[in-house]
Design a protein around this ligand. Structure first.
Ligand SMILES: Cc1cc2nc3c(=O)[nH]c(=O)nc-3n(C[C@H](O)[C@H](O)[C@H](O)COP(=O)(O)OP(=O)(O)OC[C@H]3O[C@@H](n4cnc5c(N)ncnc54)[C@H](O)[C@@H]3O)c2cc1C
Length: 329
């Protein structure tokens, strides 16, 4: 793995995003003899770094593998920490050129002669692969007080919350898992759900655990409830019975994330006029409306962030690499 400044001669490919899919793309194009550099605004696999401590993936390890490297784990499902080690070892083994903690700002130039503009400089390249995922832009609550210091859109671990009133907003896997961990760590948990029930998409091994904790009263669940306002010591909600207030020392709004559309626009990628605001791309080649600029991984699904994940998004790498190798040869 190299972090030395790259030469000024143009690269063949710049991959934006050092997530699992960005790394898969980089190693596939590098194996085909192309000069590639991966740029990430944060750490290697930065999204996974931000996931909860000891989070268990829902996928079994072989479905998270990239580049043909086996992913041995002691358990049936890998933990976040296993995946962090695995993707680092892959990046090191492939000697990928990485520029970490360097944010991509925009894309200048024209097809075949692009310049990726970052907060640290410019990278000349023939092709660009955008693998920027969805984890950097939370779906905000859109209510007064949402930026208060006791509100977080990212959950890490429960241990700071023993004996505290914690409100978890959301009804999908992340909210369900956080509520369960928090209550087991001694927090007084209220789950606020916009819909009439816990989402059907909650994994089959998590859902009964959550429903049973709600049924026995250890987790208080408020359904068909929306947030009106966040105050320093609580929040105002609208329930089917009318307005109410909840005490809250900490609030986790686990209401999902979305791709960074301002970045996509700065890279010259438009989006389609569909419900998912899908970034414009050819469904087979993954080339965007900007020639020579490709999308890979989760970002391809737009607002439909569960359309592409590691299991299926990793296969974008071989598709794009085969096409680029053909163009270059
Ligand atoms: C809690 C949780 C559990 C999950 N469990 C599973 C699972 O079990 N199985 C599965 O298949 N999927 C799972 N997923 C989904 C999966 O993690 C994502 O789909 C996956 O990370 C997508 O990989 P990616 O490479 O497309 O994007 P990401 O991993 O999100 O990588 C995108 C990268 O782009 C970088 N970036 C963004 N903007 C810029 C910029 N301007 N400049 C430079 N770099 C930038 C980010 O820092 C980041 O490192 C889970 C997701 C979550 C949230």
């Amino acid at each position: 793995m190299s972090q030395h400044p790259i030469s000024t001669s143009p690269l063949d490919v710049v991959v934006i995003g050092a997530g699992p899919v960005g790394l898969a793309c980089a190693l596939e194009v590098q194996r085909r003899g192309l000069r590639v550099c991966v740029v990430d605004k944060g750490a290697l696999v930065n999204s996974l770094v931000g996931y909860p401590t000891n989070m268990e993936f829902f996928s079994t390890p072989e479905l998270l593998e990239i580049g043909g490297y086996p992913f041995p784990t002691a358990h049936y499902k890998p933990l976040r920490e296993d995946a962090l080690d695995y993707y680092r070892r892959v990046a090191q083994s492939e000697k990928l050129t990485l520029r970490l903690y360097e944010r991509v700002l925009r894309l200048d130039g024209e097809p075949g002669a692009y310049e990726v503009v970052t907060d640290k400089g410019r990278l000349a390249t023939r092709y660009v692969i955008i693998a920027t995922g969805f984890f950097d832009v939370p779906n905000r609550l859109g209510v007064p007080g949402e930026d208060a210091p006791h509100v977080s859109y990212y959950y890490k671990e429960p241990y700071a919350h023993m004996g505290q009133h914690v409100v978890v907003i959301g009804a999908k896997n992340s909210a369900a898992k956080a509520a369960l961990q928090l209550v087991r760590a001694g927090a007084r948990v209220t789950l606020v759900v916009r819909g009439a029930a816990i989402s059907d998409s909650v994994k089959y091994w998590i859902r009964p655990d959550l429903l049973n904790r709600i049924a026995e009263g250890r987790i208080r669940a408020l359904y068909t409830t929306t947030i009106q306002r966040i105050d320093p010591s609580g929040l105002a909600v609208l329930t089917p019975e009318g307005p109410s207030t909840l005490s809250a020392d900490f609030i986790y709004a686990l209401t999902g994330y979305r791709p960074d559309y301002s970045l996509l626009a700065a890279l010259g990628v438009s989006f389609q006029d569909d419900a998912a605001r899908t970034p414009t791309h050819h469904p087979e080649t993954l080339e965007t409306n900007r020639p020579g600029v490709y999308v890979a991984g989760t970002v391809c699904g737009g607002l439909n962030t569960s359309r592409w994940f590691i299991e299926n998004g990793r296969h974008h790498a071989a598709v794009i690499a085969a096409r680029l190798a053909q163009n270059v040869s």
